[in-house]
Write a protein that binds this ligand. Sequence first.
Ligand SMILES: [Zn+2]
Length: 526
Amino acid sequence: MKAFISSYEKKAIPLYKESALTSWNANITGTNEDYAKSEKASFEYAKIYTDSIAFAELKQIKESQAMKDPLLVRQLELLYNGYLGGQVDTSLIAAQIKMETDITKKYSNFRVTINGKQLSDNEVEIILKNSSNNTDLKTAWEGSKLIGPVVASDIIKLVKHRNTIARKIGFSNYHEMSLKLSGQDPSEVTKIFDELDSLTRDNFARLKGDIDSFYAKRYKIPASEMRPWHYQNRYFQEAPEIYPVNLDKYYANQDPVKLASTFYDGIGLKVETILAKSDLYEKPGKNQHAFSTDIDRSGDVRTLDNIRPDSYWMNTILHELGHGVYSYYNDRTLPFTLRDAAHTFTTEAIAEFFGRLAKDPQWMQGMGIIDEKEAEKISDDCHKSLRLQMLVFSRWAQVMYRFEKSMYENPDQNLNKLWWDMVEKYQLLAKPEGRDMPDWATKIHVALYPCYYHNYLLGELLASQLYYYITANITKSQSFVGEKSIGDYLKEKVFMPGARYYWNDMIEKATGEKLTARYYAKQFVE
Ligand SMILES: [Zn+2]
C-alpha cells in the first residue's frame, strides 16, 4: 500500500494542481484557449483513476484485509472509490469532460437581453428585488430562463452519458454512484430529507402564506396571482425580505472583503494569503458565481467572487472564506489524499456556519457595522429573517435533490413537468399558466455540479449542530467576534483531521454526537 501511495502521489499531485490551476484561469478569463487548457488538464487528472492494473492492485489489498494502520486503511478506502469511479473507457471520460466544458461556456457567456440591453445575473437579481412593475418582473424572470433551451438537450445527453458510465461499473445510475462513491448511502440521505420535509412543511406553508400576502399587497394583485417572478430571486431559493429589516442598507457603505478578513483574523484564522491569491470582483467573461478552490493542498487556496457591497455578497465572502480556511488549515503532515475535507458537506457546513453571520445582529454589532441600540431594534426581525431563509432554502433543496434523483433514474421522462411538480409540491409556487419550458436546465448545478445540492442542506444541519456545540462548550457567549477559541476548536477538531476519519466519525469526535437534524429544527423550526 505504501508503495502504491508513493507512485500514486508522484502522478496525482502535479496533475491535480495543473487541473485546479487551469480551471481557475478559465473561470476568470472565459476564453476558449483557457477552457481548452482546463479541459485537457482535468482529463489528464481523471485519467489516473482509469488505470485498471492499479485498480486491481487496490482491490487485492482491500480484499486481503491485512492492513491495520488506520491512515493507510482510510487512504485505501478513498483511493479505491476514486479508482472504481474511473474504471471506464478513457474515451467515455473524455467525452464527459468535453460535454461539461461546452456547457460551462454556454452558461458563462449567456447574458439576459432585455429591450436590446445585455444584463448580468446580478442585474437581473436587482430588477427582481426592486421593481414593483409586474411586467418588468415577468420579463426579467422569463429572460433569465432563456438559457434553458440553449443547454437543455446538451444536459440530457450528458445525464445519459453519466448513467452509461455508472452502469459500466455496477451502479444503477449516476446519482446512486455519486453518493456511494462519496461515502453516502442514498437511502440515508433520502431519510434525512423526508424527516426534514415533515419537520418544515407546516411552518413553511404558514410563512409562505405571509410572503404571498406581503407581496400581493406590494404588487397590487390578489395573492392567487402570485407567480415565480414575484419572489425576489430567480428560483425562490433565498428568502424574500418580508420583515422590516433591510440588511443591504447596512452594507451599502461597507467593504465586505475587509470585514470578512478582519473577522477571520480576529478568531485566529488568518485569510490574507487566501485573499491575495483570489479574484474578487466582476469582469467581462468571468464566471458570475462564487467558489473556493484548493490549488495544491499545501496552502495555495483561492476564492472567486463577484463582490458588491450588500448582504448577499457579505454572506458569500464569509461563506467562501469558510471553505478557504478549512483547506488552508489542513494538517500538512497528512498524506495528500487525506489533506481534504471529511466530506464535501462538512466544508459546506463550515462555510454556512460563517456565511450566516452576515445576518446576525450580534455579529454586526461586534464588527462595528451597527450600534447596540440598532442591534436590539432589529434582533427579532433578523432571527425571523434567518429562519425564513433557512426554511425557504430547505424547501428549495428538496426540489433539487428529488429532481436530480428522479432525473437520473429516468432521464426520458417529461423533465419540464417533473421540475414544476417538485416546485409546486415543495416550494408551493404556482406554475405560470401553460408553461412548458426546461426551467430545470437554467440552474447551473443540475448540469455542472451534479448530485451535490443535498450536501448544502446536510451542511446546514451540521452548521446548526456546530453552532449549538460551540456556543455551549467553546465560547460560552453568542458573539463570535474576536473569539480565538473558535479558530482553535475548528482547527483542532475539524480542519486538521482532514479526511482521516469517516465524516460521521469526525462529527461525533467534534460534537459528541453523529449528524442530526435536531439542532437545525431547534434553531429554525421550533
Ligand atoms: Zn459552498
